[in-house]
Design a protein around this ligand. Structure first.
Ligand SMILES: [Mg+2]
Length: 223
């Protein structure tokens, strides 16, 4: 059990690997390239990149400005962006799998990356074999985000045959946790620099990096 629950569900990006400013910047550029080179947006690449960065800041979604103002379809950007995602530049934690294997709960991944990119990321992190039949993308539920609605969390739990009340959801993005909580889950926020969301009532626990969360669980288990 983890916090009295049988199931732990992890976000993938920046939860099962660490956050880096440099990689975030590369991803903004990647999204700009998808917009300009793949989707034919008539815009200078640097301007597109600046707008992606701005869009993340305002909407927590780099594409939102382009959906609203430039006629870009969320589905098209979702696919083009994930095809270009430079997974090989992610820096994995050492031996994360050894800790994950010891967690006394059923474990799943639920990601806003598409299936193509999430498979590549899990392989790159050394977690693919473990999560092979236990990872799902938002696209499996016909959506592109998981910070809009509690429905996708309920659908996820139905898919794996688990009551949301029996599940812990772990995510670095607090805008996702709001809806995981609304669905009935216990919520864990992974933060990096400082715990910027500690005033949010829908966050039950917060840990600095995934390793400190896992260490805490394994400490309880050992006690
Ligand atoms: Mg994330």
């Amino acid at each position: 059990m983890v916090f009295g629950k049988n199931v732990v569900i992890y976000d993938l990006d920046e939860t099962l690997y660490g956050k880096s400013e440099k990689f975030a910047d590369i991803l903004d550029e990647t999204m700009a390239e998808a917009l300009v080179y793949d989707l034919g947006l008539k815009m200078d690449l640097q301007k597109a990149k600046d707008l992606v960065t701005k869009s993340y800041k305002i909407y927590r979604d780099g594409g939102e400005i382009f959906y609203q103002q430039y006629g870009i379809e969320p589905r098209d950007l979702f696919i083009a962006y994930h095809k270009r995602k430079p997974v090989e530049k992610i820096i994995p934690y050492d031996n994360l799998i050894d800790k994950i294997k010891k967690v006394p709960a059923e474990q799943y991944v639920f990601t806003a990356s598409d299936r193509y990119a999430s498979e590549k990321i899990l392989k790159h992190l050394g977690l693919y074999e473990f999560f092979k039949d236990r990872y799902f993308s938002v696209e499996d539920f016909g959506v592109f985000k998981k910070n809009e609605d509690a429905k996708v969390y309920k659908d996820f739990c139905r898919k794996i045959g688990v009551n949301p009340q029996d599940a812990v959801f772990v995510d670095d993005s607090y805008s996702n946790l709001e809806f995981a909580k609304e669905a009935g889950m216990t919520t864990v926020r992974i933060y990096y620099k400082n715990n910027s969301a500690k005033d949010k009532k829908y966050i039950d626990y917060a840990f600095k990096g995934i390793e400190s969360f896992l260490d805490k669980i394994l400490e309880y288990k050992a006690a």
